[in-house]
Design a protein around this ligand. Sequence first.
Ligand code: FCB
Length: 451
Amino acid sequence: MADIGFPKGFLWGAATAAYQIEGAVREDGRGESIWDRFCRVPGAIHDGETGDVACDHYHRWRDDLENMRDLGLTAYRFSVSWPRVLPSGSGRVNASGLAFYETLVDALLHERIEPAVTLYHWDLPQALQEKGGWTNHDTAFRFADYAEKVFLRLGDRVKIWITLNEPQVSAFAGHGDGVHAPGLKDVRHAVQASHVLMIAHALAVQVYRQASPAHHRIGITLDLHPVYPWSDGLSDAEAARVADGRVNRWFLDPVFRGVYPKEIVDQFAASGVAPHIDAKDLGVLSSNPVDFLGVNYYFPMRVLASDHDPLLHYECAVHKDREKTEMGWEIYPEGLYDMLIRLRQDYGNPSLMITENGAAFRDSKVVNGQVQDDDRIDYIRSHLQHALRAIRDGVKLEGYFLWTLLDNFEWSFGFSRKFGITSLDRQTLGRTWKKSASWYQGVIASKGERL
Ligand code: FCB
């Protein structure tokens, strides 16, 4: 019998995020976001870049749609900019903001490209940040209100909804390490933000079940990292368990089990950084199951025991001899397989979609104007191969969204890191396929047979 391939109806997609591609930050009534503000902090972003123009997708979305159609994408994941819909975070809806996304959704559907809509990909309205942002419990309710407005408008046509993108990164990079907006450096804030984000997610799911005109599917996207101990020693194994608890289980458990892992709650409490959990919060978490989980996978974590950081008791290390991407991230496609199998085993075999996977490389080899990014092709191919292995081993994987459609504003790295399968000319804003785009087109056309 021939090997099983990708399932029928498997979604072949690409992903983007509003702030990274749209630009037009002051147009048509859009409000300020925390990223607009953060980009103005001296030294925060490589070369002082901003997302003011980004890929100018707001004006050139038709070019991008054509690009998707030529690639043969069957799905496209994008995010709605909250401050475009609600310029001050709550209250008055900006009609042209919602209209922009409605036009995009209709145009995608016209091309038979399934829209997968993320409600929050890091661009909190600045007005809500002034009130404490994600450290303020009320922001969770504001998010649910915002989500409801988008559901009511697009819920009849959009079948795949994602509440949040990578709450781990929002919380810890934004409030602990300070390398993302809003740039805070206080672990207490980070832990509190992680909790408020999870409540926001659960409330949005609740609202979705009540408010959406058609009942399609809603999930959340987490950045997941398989964690491997550096050595066979017991203390590294213990460190790996803790790291896994902090990075993965802290988010997976509330989504699938409605509770936080006790061991990590205890650790946070012992360090004086436990989140403030309202009596009602746990009820909200436990009564709003998702329909699927979005998995963002880029690289594994290898950890060793360390007292360097009294809160963590572990340190991450990177193998010198392993291949890495331009981000310094280890290339380890087996990690994707391991994570998918683990989700199947530990979390009741949920429906899964890979909502992001891809790689930044230098893109220095150019022939006849086309980037020859064989390294990116190898990265994507090997990850798809491991995804297929997981499918063969019983994982319910329904789609793959490559990160990303075109080179864009890569957060604090500005435009210095390129993840796109399409290059962006920063002067003309023209789009040109890289070799990986033609390759991906072939993969999709063969429904994954020609990997
Ligand atoms: C993920 C983000 C995405 C992009 C990729 C490289 O963490 O969700 O916006 O920056 O990393």
